[in-house]
Design a protein around this ligand. Structure first.
Ligand SMILES: C[S@@+](CC[C@H](N)C(=O)[O-])C[C@H]1O[C@@H](n2cnc3c(N)ncnc32)[C@H](O)[C@@H]1O
Length: 348
């Protein structure tokens, strides 16, 4: 098949095909007598893949790498691309919302340029927060041993004390109907999400660590895994009936936890539930008391472990949820572990 016919068949242009050829993505045979390109079935299939990936905005250089790699896992790659597009989409959404606010301010009689500067500053702050989080625990390396490690007691400080109890409480609190959708953020190897499969619901597991997603998929093929993170959930608005999470939120600093709640609220339907089991203190006083008790007992290991992460102040999370129309209940499981259950009320 000649170039014009190939272009017509695949609804593209000869110019585009020549460009991909020049970039080394495609090498159709040339007729030695007249130099015309000859596209066979294999070339057309490859060209269709290139066009499909361009349609979802994959850069040409990445497509080249993907096509050169024989072990290419298209599913994994699409997952990464979806996560990147969600980050871009949210960044654009933030900018549009800021523009809306700026326009509103300029309409007021007492408009001051200072207001615009302030809004731009807030936008920059959110942009930084959404992108600066780094996995300093390297969860990709923990995926293989994670399930064995949670069963270990730990020396003088057991961070996973009551782990099974906490996961079971989340499962019991969140009432769902068959075919509802449950989103588990920071799903790890799928221990919490899997409990929801038994309720006949569709489970989407999000994690920033690809090896965790892989381990989860191996254990529970029915869970749909998506690469993403708390501050850019790879889910469209109001798509899920419940958001659950266990032992993940404490990897985010406090200000980012609230931004994570904004994200959870965005993807959650009205009437939906958020249920989180995590390492947290009831409030600032409780944190001080628990840390002092460990210090007095000479348990520096516990103090260091707690200070290495971002155990939440539960009262701040409850406060945010209450202010954003949630009915909230919180339960202390032990000195460092709580469950928060919140139900989203309709807008007034
Ligand atoms: C301690 S494991 C908990 C896994 C699982 N939820 C459980 O209860 O066994 C923490 C998980 O949260 C994920 N995680 C940490 N920070 C995250 C973030 N900002 N966004 C998405 N996942 C995150 C990690 O990659 C890891 O898989």
């Amino acid at each position: 098949m000649r170039i014009l016919q190939a272009a017509e068949t695949l609804h593209t242009t000869a110019k585009a095909i020549r460009f991909y050829e020049k970039e080394g993505l495609l090498t159709p045979e040339k007729d030695i007598t007249n130099g015309y390109r000859n596209f066979n079935e294999k070339n057309l299939l490859r060209l269709s893949t290139i066009l499909a990936l361009r349609e979802i905005d994959v850069p040409v250089a990445d497509i080249k790498k993907l096509l050169e790699n024989d072990d290419m896992d298209m599913n994994q790659y699409l997952n990464i691309q979806r996560s990147a597009l969600f980050e871009r989409w949210l960044a654009i959404k933030d900018m549009i919302q800021t523009i809306d606010q700026m326009v509103k301010r300029t309409e007021g009689k007492d408009f001051q340029m200072q207001d615009i500067h302030e809004l731009a500053k807030q936008l920059k702050h959110i942009k930084t927060k959404r992108t600066e989080w780094q996995d300093r625990w390297n969860f990709n390396d923990q995926a293989d041993d994670y399930d064995d490690n949670i069963k270990m007691q730990g020396y003088r400080f057991n961070v996973h004390q009551d782990y099974d109890k906490a996961l079971q409480m989340v499962t019991d609190y969140v009432q769902m109907k068959t075919n509802d959708t449950c989103l588990d953020i920071g799903i790890g190897t799928g221990n919490l999400g899997a409990k929801f499969l038994q309720k006949g619901v569709h489970v989407i597991g999000v994690d920033q660590a690809e090896n965790m997603l892989e381990a989860c998929k191996q254990k529970h093929p029915e869970i749909e895994v998506r690469k993403g993170h708390f501050l850019a959930l790879p889910v469209l608005d109001q798509q899920v009936n419940a958001v659950v999470s266990s032992y993940a939120l404490h990897h985010l600093p406090d200000a980012e936890k609230l931004l994570a709640f904004v994200e959870m609220d965005r993807v959650l339907k009205t009437g939906g539930q958020i249920c989180i089991a995590d390492l947290m203190f009831e409030n600032g006083r409780h944190r001080k008391k628990v840390l002092e008790a460990f210090q007095e007992a000479g348990n520096e290991l516990a103090v260091d472990a707690i200070e290495d992460e971002y155990y939440a102040d539960r009262s701040i999370l409850e406060d945010w949820l209450t202010k954003h129309r949630y009915h909230v209940a919180a339960i202390t499981i032990n000195d460092i572990l709580s469950v928060i259950h919140a139900v989203k009320q309709p807008a007034l």
